[in-house]
Design a binder for this molecule. Structure first.
Ligand SMILES: CC(C)(COP(=O)(O)OP(=O)(O)OC[C@H]1O[C@@H](n2cnc3c(N)ncnc32)[C@H](O)[C@@H]1OP(=O)(O)O)[C@@H](O)C(=O)NCCC(=O)NCCSC(=O)c1cc(O)c2ccccc2c1O
Length: 263
C-alpha cells in the first residue's frame, strides 16, 4: 500500500513509528479502509529494523478511537472480512509485531477503540481520556479479545460490567483497574510517551520481543474464540435487533431492542 488516506504514518522521534487514525470528524472511528491501512502500517513498522517502538493514537484531542464507523455499518461493514472489516487481522498484527506497541490515549477510547487500546502492550492516557464498551447499546459485541482479553486485564467482574452496563470510565479509574499504565495532564502526554519510548529503546530488542511473545502465548487461545465469535457476529449483524442499534445511533435516539425479541 503506497499512500494512506485514513491514517498518518510517521517516524517520530527516531526509531519510533507513530500510527495516527486520522478521522477526527468521526472521533477516529474506523471504516474498512482505515483498518486495512493500520494493518499495512503495523506490518511496515513491525518488520523495519530501524524501528524499536510503535505508538498508536488518534488525531485531535477528542478521541483515540470510537470503534467501528457507524456510518459505514449497515448490517456488515464496508469491506472484506467476516463482518466486512478485517478487524481480526488488525488485532492479531498488534499482538504479532515483535516490538512494544504503546496506545497514546488523549480522549475517548470507546467500543473497538477501547479494544485496540487494551490490546496494545502499554497505554499512556491523558487526564481527559475516557474508556468504555458500547456494543450492547449499538447491537454489537467483540466476542474474543474484546471480552475475554479485557477480563484478563481488569478481571472478570469489571470486564462484564464494561460490556453489560456500557458505562464510561475516567483515566483515573482506568489506572486503578490496571487498564492503563500512566495518566498525565493532557498537555504532557507527548512528553510522557516520548519518555517511555526512550526507555524502551535502551532495552534489548530481542529480549523485548521474547517477553512480548511469551505474554501473548498465554492468551493465544482467545484468537480461536474470536474467529468463531466473529462468524456468529456476522449472522447477528443481519438481524433487525442488531440493526436497531446502528439505526438508533445514527438517528440519535434510544434503541428499542426488546421489540425484536421473538416470543
Ligand atoms: C464517543 C461518544 C461516547 C462521544 O459522545 P459525545 O456525546 O461526546 O459525542 P457524539 O456522540 O455527539 O459524537 C460526536 C460526533 O462523532 C460521531 N461519532 C462518534 N463515534 C462514532 C462512530 N463510532 N461512528 C461514526 N460516528 C461517530 C458522532 O456521530 C458525532 O458526529 P455528528 O456529525 O453527529 O456531530 C459516542 O459518540 C459514542 O458512544 N460513540 C461510539 C459509537 C459506536 O457505536 N461505536 C462502535 C461500536 S461497535 C465497535 O466498535 C466494534 C469494534 C470492533 O473492533 C469489533 C470487533 C469485532 C466484533 C465487533 C466489533 C465492534 O462491534
Amino acid at each position: 500500500m503506497s499512500t494512506y488516506k485514513e491514517i498518518i504514518y510517521e517516524v517520530r522521534p527516531a526509531a519510533v513509528a507513530r500510527i495516527t487514525i486520522n478521522r477526527p470528524d468521526r472521533y477516529n472511528a474506523f471504516n474498512a479502509r482505515a483498518v486495512e491501512e493500520m494493518i499495512d502500517a503495523f506490518h511496515r513498522a513491525g518488520w523495519d529494523r530501524d524501528i524499536g517502538v510503535i505508538v498508536l493514537t488518534g488525531a485531535g484531542d477528542k478521541a483515540f478511537c470510537t470503534g467501528g464507523d457507524q456510518t459505514a455499518h449497515d448490517g456488515q461493514y464496508d469491506g472484506r472480512g467476516t463482518i466486512g472489516l478485517p478487524i481480526e487481522e488488525l488485532q492479531s498484527v498488534i499482538r504479532d509485531v515483535p516490538k512494544p506497541v504503546i496506545a497514546r490515549v488523549a480522549g475517548y477510547a470507546i467500543g473497538g477503540g477501547n479494544v485496540l487500546a487494551t490490546l496494545c502492550d502499554l497505554t499512556i492516557a491523558s487526564d481527559k481520556a475516557q474508556f468504555g464498551q458500547v456494543g450492547p447499546k449499538v447491537g454489537s459485541v467483540d466476542p474474543g479479545f474484546g471480552t475475554a482479553y479485557l477480563a484478563r486485564v481488569v478481571g472478570e467482574k469489571k470486564a462484564r460490567e464494561f460490556w453489560y452496563m456500557c458505562r464510561r470510565y475516567s483515566a483515573a479509574e482506568a489506572l486503578q483497574m490496571g487498564l492503563v499504565n500512566a495518566v498525565v495532564p493532557h498537555d504532557e502526554i507527548d512528553a510522557e510517551v516520548d519518555r517511555w519510548c526512550a526507555e524502551l529503546l535502551q532495552r534489548s530488542p530481542t529480549a523485548l520481543a521474547l517477553a512480548k511473545r511469551s505474554f501473548n502465548a498465554d492468551t493465544e487461545s482467545i484468537r480461536g474464540i474470536a474467529s468463531m465469535g466473529m462468524q456468529t457476529l456476522s449472522l447477528f449483524y443481519d438481524t433487525p435487533e442488531s440493526k436497531e442499534g446502528g439505526d438508533a445511533f445514527r438517528e440519535k435516539r434510544t434503541p428499542e431492542f426488546r421489540r425484536f425479541i421473538s416470543k
